[in-house]
Write a protein that binds this ligand. Structure first.
Ligand SMILES: C[S@@+](CC[C@H](N)C(=O)[O-])C[C@H]1O[C@@H](n2cnc3c(N)ncnc32)[C@H](O)[C@@H]1O
Length: 270
C-alpha cells in the first residue's frame, strides 16, 4: 500500500507530548509514562489512522493505551484523530512509531499489557514466503507472549479469510485458546466493537468481518517460530470449507502436530 508523504505529520508528531519514536528507554516502564500508571494497559499493533484508537481511549478513561505503527505519515493522522476525539493531551494514550517485527525491543514482561489489538493487518497471502511478515505469525505471537500478562488476550479482526484461518492455527500453536470467535462481527452483536478506518471501508463493501479473542495459556509453543511455515494444503482446505459455508472446527477441536513434524515441518489438521 502506498502511503502519501505528509509534510505536516513529522513536525506535529515531534511536538506531541505523547509521541515516542523507536524508544527503548520505556521498555518495562510503559505504565509509568501515563498520568495514572495503575490502570490496565492495552496495546494496538498497526493502529493506522487511529480511528478506533481514538474512540476507545475516549470511551475508556480507565484504560491506558499505546498505539503502535511503523508509518509517521499515518500516525500524523492518528494524532489528529486522537486530538479531535480525546482533546489536546489525553492522559491515557501514547503513540509509538516502531516496527512491530521487533516489538520485544520496546516492551517486556514488566509492561505486562492485559490486551493487544490487531485490526486489519496486511494479510500477506499472495506468496507463502511472505507469511512471516503477518502481525499474527508465530514469530510475532512468541514476542507478544513474552510481554503479555498471564491470561492476556489478543483481539484480532480481519476481512481476509486466508489470514483468519491461518491465524487461528498460529494462535493455537503458540499456546492461545480461542475465547470468542465470529465470522460476521456486525451480525454477531458483539460489544464493545470500535470500528476502525479499514473496518468502515470493508463494511461499506459488504465484506463480513472475522473476529476472534485469543487468550494466552501457560502452554509454550513446541516448535521454532522463526522457521515455522503453514503448508499451503492446510490453508487451501480451510478456504474450500469456508467457501462451502463450512467452518473449520473450533480451535480447541483441531489438533496441530507441530512437535511431531519438527521445527519447519508440515502442520496438518486431523
Ligand atoms: C491495513 S492498515 C490497518 C490500520 C488500522 N488498524 C485499521 O484497521 O484501519 C495496517 C497498518 O499496519 C501498519 N503496519 C504494517 N506492518 C507494520 C509493522 N511491521 N510495524 C508497525 N506497523 C505496521 C501499517 O503502517 C498500517 O498503518
Amino acid at each position: 500500500m502506498h502511503i502519501r508523504r505528509k509534510k505536516w505529520a513529522r513536525p506535529e508528531l515531534h511536538a506531541c507530548p505523547y509521541f515516542d519514536e523507536e524508544t527503548e528507554e520505556r521498555k518495562g516502564k510503559w505504565r509509568e509514562a501515563f498520568t495514572r500508571p495503575g490502570l490496565p494497559l492495552h496495546l494496538e499493533m498497526g493502529c493506522g489512522k487511529g480511528v478506533s484508537t481514538a474512540a476507545m481511549a475516549a470511551d475508556n478513561p480507565e484504560i491506558n493505551y499505546v498505539a503502535v505503527d511503523i508509518s509517521q505519515d499515518v500516525l500524523g493522522d492518528a494524532r489528529r484523530n486522537i486530538e479531535r476525539v480525546c482533546g489536546e493531551n489525553p492522559g491515557n494514550i501514547r503513540i509509538l512509531c516502531a516496527d512491530i517485527a521487533g516489538i520485544e525491543r520496546y516492551f517486556d514482561e514488566d509492561d505486562g499489557p492485559e490486551r493487544i489489538y490487531i485490526s486489519f493487518c496486511n494479510p500477506w497471502s499472495e506468496r507463502p514466503k511472505h507469511e512471516k511478515r503477518r502481525l499474527t505469525h508465530p514469530r510475532q505471537l512468541v514476542q507478544y507472549r513474552r510481554m503479555l500478562r498471564t491470561d492476556g488476550e489478543i483481539w484480532f479482526k480481519t476481512d481476509d479469510d486466508t489470514l483468519f484461518e491461518d491465524s487461528r492455527a498460529y494462535f493455537q500453536l503458540c499456546g492461545f485458546d480461542c475465547a470468542y470467535i465470529t465470522w460476521d462481527l456486525a451480525g454477531s452483536g458483539f460489544t464493545p466493537n470500535y470500528i476502525s478506518e479499514h473496518e468502515q471501508k470493508y463494511m461499506a463493501e459488504g465484506v463480513p468481518i472475522k473476529f476472534g479473542i485469543f487468550r494466552m495459556t501457560q502452554r509454550e509453543p513446541e516448535f521454532d517460530p522463526v522457521r515455522f511455515r503453514l503448508t499451503p494444503g492446510v490453508r487451501r482446505r480451510a478456504l474450500e470449507l469456508a467457501a462451502a459455508g463450512i467452518r473449520m472446527p473450533d480451535a480447541e477441536n483441531v489438533t496441530w502436530r507441530a512437535a511431531e513434524h519438527g521445527a519447519a515441518g508440515d502442520h496438518t489438521a486431523e
